[in-house]
Design a protein around this ligand. Sequence first.
Ligand code: AHG
Ligand code: MN
Ligand code: MN
Ligand code: MN
Length: 332
Amino acid sequence: TKENLGLPVGTTLDRFIKRKQDDFPYATGELSQLLRDIALAGKIINREITRCGLINLAGAFGATNVQGEEQQKLDVVANIRFIRALRNGGEVCAIISEEDEGIIDLENPNGKYVVAMDPLDGSSNIDVNVSIGTIFSIYRRKSAPGGPITDEDVLQKGSEQVAAGYLLYGTSSILVYTTGYGVNGFTYEPSLGEFFLSHQSLKSPEDGKIYSVNEGSYNTFEPAVKEYIEYCKSREFSGRYIGSLVADFHRNLMKGGIYFYPASAKAPNGKLRLVYECNALAFIAEQAGGAATDGHQRILDITPTKLHQRTPLFIGSKKMVEQAGHFFKQAT
Ligand code: AHG
Ligand code: MN
Ligand code: MN
Ligand code: MN
């Protein structure tokens, strides 16, 4: 099947992408090239992160982004590196980024794809040597080439993604992605500068015993969320919260668990952004047999109306996400 290529662990990312492409007789190779461009951007960002403490790249950049967050130097560097790699790669016509208010039009009429990205996720963890990540979604351009980029290009539902993934810069760095035929993970070997297949056909445990939420906001969560947290405690689940969505998501994907960032008084729609954080991870979660909702509906079914729109997120092992949903249903 297209999902299980039977490629051995240790296959390089390049070879894997090539083999996948060969399975689609009419594929032009453009998506394959785009995935390689993203992997290259990931290598560059990995390099910057690894040496950031030594070359004065840690700390605040001195500006705030459209979300009103203080940008870190590495947020800005990762954003620039990513945009440059996608521009040079030539497959992309437009980029949506957490760090840029508007659409980044690459003025490339040949680019068939639109990329939405969180260049650096978990940036409050940069200065303290804790895992951070990069998140990306790939969509097909809908408007006619050569014309302006339209809302219909950049405000697509998550279910329209052609590929999505993340890079996690952790104890080792890993690239995890899906093109809609299962999920595969590639661990980075820095001395060779290559990603190698390490996690083939990743499957999320159906159920789990880890819950990940910032409980500091407990008092301002809605009753259904408080009840679900009490439920987790009554079962003596482990509380684990890194504060980097990618890292929390990845751990739960490997071990079984749920991550949630609900609405609170401070953040009435939660904090996480639908277009470049939630959709990619929701696609991966579902492809791995897990689930992702906003508490009520599937994340991938939400039609975005704004680039930087926020949504509550409940994501991870299927049974746990369903269980959380029950508390919302009871409340209505
Ligand atoms: P980013 O660094 O891209 O702005 O994202 C930060 C997000 C996410 O990674 C994390 O799970 C969440 O913010 C943590 O927020 P709290 O500190 O409010 O828990
Ligand atoms: Mn941010
Ligand atoms: Mn983020
Ligand atoms: Mn970010």
